[in-house]
Structure formats: C-alpha cells, structure tokens
Design a protein around this ligand. Structure first.
Ligand code: C5P
Length: 221
C-alpha cells in the first residue's frame, strides 16, 4: 500500500477534526488541522491589536509567525513561535473573528504554502475548507463532511458546556454566520470539490463515518 493524501472539508461543527484525527490514527497518517492555523494567526492578530481585516499588516504577521502542529494525545497541539497556544484557540472571540482573517489573500497564501509543505511526503489527513479545492487539488481521496445546522450547533453546544454563556440558538446563528462568510469569500471559499465524496453525518455515529472514510482510503491507496 502506498501512502495517499486525504482532504476533509466541510462547514463549521460538522465533526471534521474528530473524524480526521481518528482516520489518521487508523491509517497511521499525520493529522493536520488547518483551521487551527487560521485560529493561531487570529489569536496573534488580536493580541497585537491589529485591525483584523488589514491584508498587509495581518499578512506580514502571518509570514513572521512560526506555526508548528504537534500530534497530541487527544488533540493536536499548536505552537506559535515556540509557545503552546492550543488551549486558547477555541474561544468565542476567535470563533467570531477567524473568518475575517481567513478572507485575507496574504494570510491564505501563507497558510496554503505551509500546508502543501506538510503534505509533500503524503500520508496526511488534512481538514479545512479549501483543501480539496485549492490546497491539495490532487489529493487521492476527498471528502466533504456535513451535518444539519441544528445538529452541528448541538454538538458544539455540548463541547462548550453551559459555562460558555451562549445558548444553543445563538450558537446556531454564529455557526451559520461563519459558514456564510466562508462560503462567500472571494479566495478559496468553502465549497465541495467536484470530485469529493459527500458524507452527511446527521444521525450517524463518529465510528461509522470514520470506518467509511478508512475503507475509501484503503481502496484509494
Ligand atoms: O475548522 P475550524 O472551525 O477550526 O476553522 C476556523 C475557521 O478558519 C473557519 O471558519 C474558516 O474561516 C477558516 N479556515 C479556512 N480554511 C481552512 C480551514 C479553516 O478558511 N482550510
């Protein structure tokens, strides 16, 4: 069996990262969470007080950041200039800002370049929004993973817990707003690649979805 690259794209909260991590584990591949990279740039832009829609300044920042993804026990760890920022990437503030940063051409060019380098040796499961369409258009297996908006919001709601201080309804609204921004942006929008296989995970277990993708992966290898 030779190693392949697997692209998993889809809207927010569809379970991409859980599924991608488990597929990578089953195939002994490397998992790359590209959303975490956009989140890391957003964190640093907010910390530096930059206007997050400033293409030049945020782009320059993104170019200077050393972003390293390390496989962790439960989830991947993210180091930015040597500092572990993993636990700070999932805040509501970053959720609300990240799609504005991800619209910037400078930022996308830098992220895509880093991501392609990570996939050069194959054996990568990469999740994101534009992996099958832009970053790895030659990936041997492409999956577009989705679920109903209500189900995606409920999953996030359970993850966040009541302490997060946001209602299920608000969360559903914020998720659709992020999807709208991701779908409507000019560069590399969220879109199912024409050669991607669609999985709607509504009402299906994680294990079923993982098993399906692993079988496809083995068949494509
Ligand atoms: O996957 P996650 O929800 O962590 O992604 C956060 C945000 O990063 C997305 O809403 C999107 O704006 C951006 N993103 C992107 N392209 C990717 C991955 C994420 O634009 N490949």
């Amino acid at each position: 069996l030779h190693r392949i690259n697997i692209a998993i794209d889809g809207p927010a909260g569809a379970g991409k990262s859980t599924v991608a991590r488990m597929v990578a584990k089953a195939l002994q591949y490397i998992y790359v969470d590209t959303g975490a990279m956009y989140r890391a740039v957003t964190l640093k832009a907010l910390e530096s007080g930059l206007p997050i829609e400033d293409n030049d300044r945020v782009g320059r920042l993104a170019n200077e950041l050393d972003i390293v993804l390390l496989p962790g026990v439960d989830s991947q760890r993210v180091l930015v200039n040597g500092e572990d920022v993993s636990l700070r990437l999932r805040s509501l503030e970053i959720n609300r800002s990240v799609s504005y940063v991800a619209r910037l051409e400078t930022v996308r060019a830098r992220m895509a370049d880093l991501q392609r380098r990570m996939a050069l040796e194959k054996g990568v499961v990469m999740d994101g929004r534009d992996i099958g369409t832009h970053v790895l258009p030659n990936a041997e297996l492409k999956v577009f993973l989705t679920a109903s908006p209500r189900e995606r919001a409920s999953r996030r709601f359970r993850e966040l817990g009541p302490e997060a201080g946001i209602t299920l309804g608000q969360l559903e609204k914020e998720i659709s707003e992020r999807d709208r921004l991701d779908q409507e942006r000019e560069i590399a929008p969220l879109l199912q690649a024409s050669d991607a296989r669609l999985i709607d995970s509504t009402g299906r277990t994680v294990d079923e979805v993982v098993e399906e993708i692993v079988q496809w992966g083995l068949a494509a290898a």
